[in-house]
Design a protein around this ligand. Structure first.
Ligand code: PEP
Length: 250
């Protein structure tokens, strides 16, 4: 499966820094062997979309509402994102779950809305530190997958992406052993298979959590890993390009 590398810029980079990073990424990423996307903050979407026009670098949003329009002050519509040229949306990131109260029900509604509006949802799942210590990783991520894809309106897994992101590994510099990553990805693949049958095989499952240029090869060559969701190391072209290169050699 062709790997997918996604950069989650979070609440970083203003317009000029975003444009400069795009310019560097377009020169550095191995587009012949990898699919790549960046997810800037909302105010930079226009500049980034203009910068990538006519290139293979795709653009994602970090969040969206599930309704297409209406009285939802401060929210962003999936329809408007698609109309702008956005093609991916991160859903259920652990920061949104933990800091902004994003529930499994909201995640499920957003997944359906994303698909309805032509956006590929990148659905984040992962256990926190205590759940890991209690040996509940599999149980937690399977429950998150079941909840995210519970809505009967979602009939196919087309264009779905899942990111396994252990919460304790995000932004901490700590990473799981490759074997743990594989076990989690296999559990996700099985849960997707139970929900969607054979077509679930086409869903790309990314690893995310403190991926760097230095550890990318080890993490991305774990079985069933089809790319990476990268936070901090996606903010410089050199590190993001090195991670992309590592993904292509796995
Ligand atoms: C993330 O927030 O999705 C992430 C993986 O962050 P980091 O790479 O910085 O751990």
């Amino acid at each position: 499966m062709r790997p997918l590398i996604v950069g989650n810029w979070k609440m970083n980079l203003g317009e000029s820094a975003a444009k400069e990073l795009v310019r560097r990424l377009l020169a550095a990423l191995p587009f012949d062997r990898v699919d790549a996307a960046v997810a800037p903050s909302f105010p930079c979407l226009r500049a980034v979309l203009d910068g990538v026009a006519g290139t293979p670098l795709a653009v994602g949003a970090q969040n969206m509402h599930w309704e297409a329009k209406g009285a939802f002050t401060g929210e962003v519509s999936p329809h408007v994102l698609f109309e702008m040229g956005v093609r991916f949306v991160i859903v259920g990131h652990s920061e949104r779950r933990a800091l902004f109260g994003e529930t499994d029900t909201a995640v499920s509604s957003k997944v359906v809305a994303a698909q309805r509006h032509g956006l590929s949802p990148i659905v984040c799942v992962g256990e926190n530190e205590i759940e890991r210590e209690l040996g509940r990783t599999r149980e937690v991520i399977v429950a998150q997958i079941q909840a995210a894809f519970a809505d009967g309106a979602l009939t196919t897994p087309d264009d779905l992406v899942v990111a396994y992101e252990p919460v304790w590994a995000i932004g901490t510099g700590r990473t799981p052993q490759p074997g743990e990553v594989t076990r989690a990805h296999v559990a996700i693949r099985e849960a997707l298979g139970e929900r969607f049958g054979l077509p679930a095989e086409a869903v790309r499952i990314l690893y995310g959590g403190s991926v760097t240029a230095e550890n990318a090869r080890v993490l991305l060559q774990a079985t069933e890993v089809e790319g990476a969701l990268v936070g901090g190391a996606s903010l410089t072209a050199d590190s993001f390009a090195s991670i992309a290169a590592a993904a292509t050699s796995c």
